[in-house]
Ligand binder design. Structure first.
Ligand code: EPU
Length: 330
């Protein structure tokens, strides 16, 4: 059975029945099978194989970066199998503003629109013009405009269960010449007239300080999403716990850092059966020495239950947990 252990950055010991890479739509459709479960994998930085997968894993290896310049900016068409950070590095080396805040996010270009990766004041959906898709069981191909992608916080149309046969083949980015550097995030605020390279370097330094390097310590980035709660609930929490960090989402709702909730529920640096809440960023669960997905599921459930009991806030996973036959919910 092919190994998946080093195909996903959490690196739990795991296998699948069959593993194929595809470099084009034709090779994807040729490899697709209907007689067993199928899971599409990019860089494996947002999927955790908590069990042996009893099916076919198809790895997106569609490569290529096509660049078009016009008066407004730079348009890039990029294969879904390109590495995300390599793409950001390439654009920054060219002196193009637009993707630098998303430096060092592990994963592939094809996965970026699915969960609408975001960091340091920018979500990738803001830079995407359209996404090319192929439908696995029909072979139909089409492009979705930015609006049709329905980008939200760690969310897009690609996450809807009814679209689980949609595979991202290429992503089209637009980097406008007049892109304004995004320096809202505290650590970027000190930069004066920063170039794309300055922001890129600062983001890399912040990420290296706070987040574990998946090459050294297995992890899948933020394990949970930052929950959105009502203002009333937020005010109650502040009344009980003093200052609670929060970011206004709209007139009625506040986004609270899951890191704060997990930290204040006492989990920061804690481990269960080889799975730990990372000491510098408790929202990231790390694989210290886990041998089974059960440990991940048990610890994640304990965190969810304790945070709910203490703060009345329901945490939702950001990562995708893959079991024997496909995605599992906690
Ligand atoms: N905090 C604590 N204790 C800690 C660490 C943080 O209470 O030990 C609180 C602090 O109040 C801090 C707040 O959490 O101000 C937010 O922490 P941070 O700035 O590190 O960001 P985050 O909200 O935890 C999100 C993304 C990250 C992204 C950063 C930077 C989600 C789920 N995560 O984390 O994305 O890099 O902002 O923009 O939205 C990822 O998705 O894998 C990821 C790493």
């Amino acid at each position: 059975m092919p190994e998946l252990t080093h195909r996903h950055t959490f690196a739990l010991p795991s296998h699948c029945k069959q593993l194929e890479s595809f470099t084009s739509v034709a090779s994807l459709l040729a490899a697709y099978r209907t007689d067993m479960p199928v899971y599409i994998l990019g860089g494996g930085s947002n999927s955790i194989f908590i069990d042996d997968f009893e099916g076919l894993v198809l790895v997106n290896d569609i490569k290529g970066i096509d660049v078009q310049h016009d008066e407004e900016g730079v348009r890039l068409t990029v294969g879904g199998g390109e590495n995300w950070h390599d793409l950001v590095t390439y654009t920054v080396e060219q002196g193009w503003h637009g993707l630098e805040n998303l430096a060092l996010i592990p994963g592939s270009v094809g996965a970026a629109p699915i969960q609408n990766i975001g960091a340091y004041g920018l979500e990738v959906g803001e830079r995407i013009e359209k996404v090319d898709v192929v439908v696995l069981d029909t072979g139909e191909q089409f492009s979705l405009s930015q609006q049709a992608c329905e980008f939200g916080y760690r969310d897009s149309v690609f996450k809807r269960p009814e679209h689980n046969k949609w595979i991202v083949t290429h992503v089209h980015f637009f980097l406008p010449h007049n892109a304004v550097p995004i320096t809202r995030y505290a650590e970027l605020d000190a930069l004066i007239n920063p170039t794309a390279k300055d922001i890129f370097n600062t983001v890399i330094a912040v990420r290296q300080r706070k987040l574990p390097d998946p090459k050294l310590l297995g992890n899948a980035g933020s394990f949970f999403k930052n929950p959105v709660i009502s203002k009333q609930h937020y005010t109650e929490l502040c009344g009980r716990y003093g200052t609670v960090p929060g970011f206004e989402v709209d007139a009625a709702n506040v986004k609270v850092p899951a890191a704060w909730l997990i930290d204040n529920a006492g989990f920061k640096g804690q481990c269960r059966d080889g799975v730990c809440s990372y000491q510098h960023q408790p929202l990231v669960l790390v694989n210290q020495s886990a041998t089974s997905g059960l440990a991940v599921v048990a610890f994640a459930r304990e965190i969810i239950d304790t945070v709910y009991t203490r703060f009345g806030v329901q945490l939702e996973p950001e990562v995708r947990l893959v079991g024997k036959t496909g995605l599992v919910t906690l």
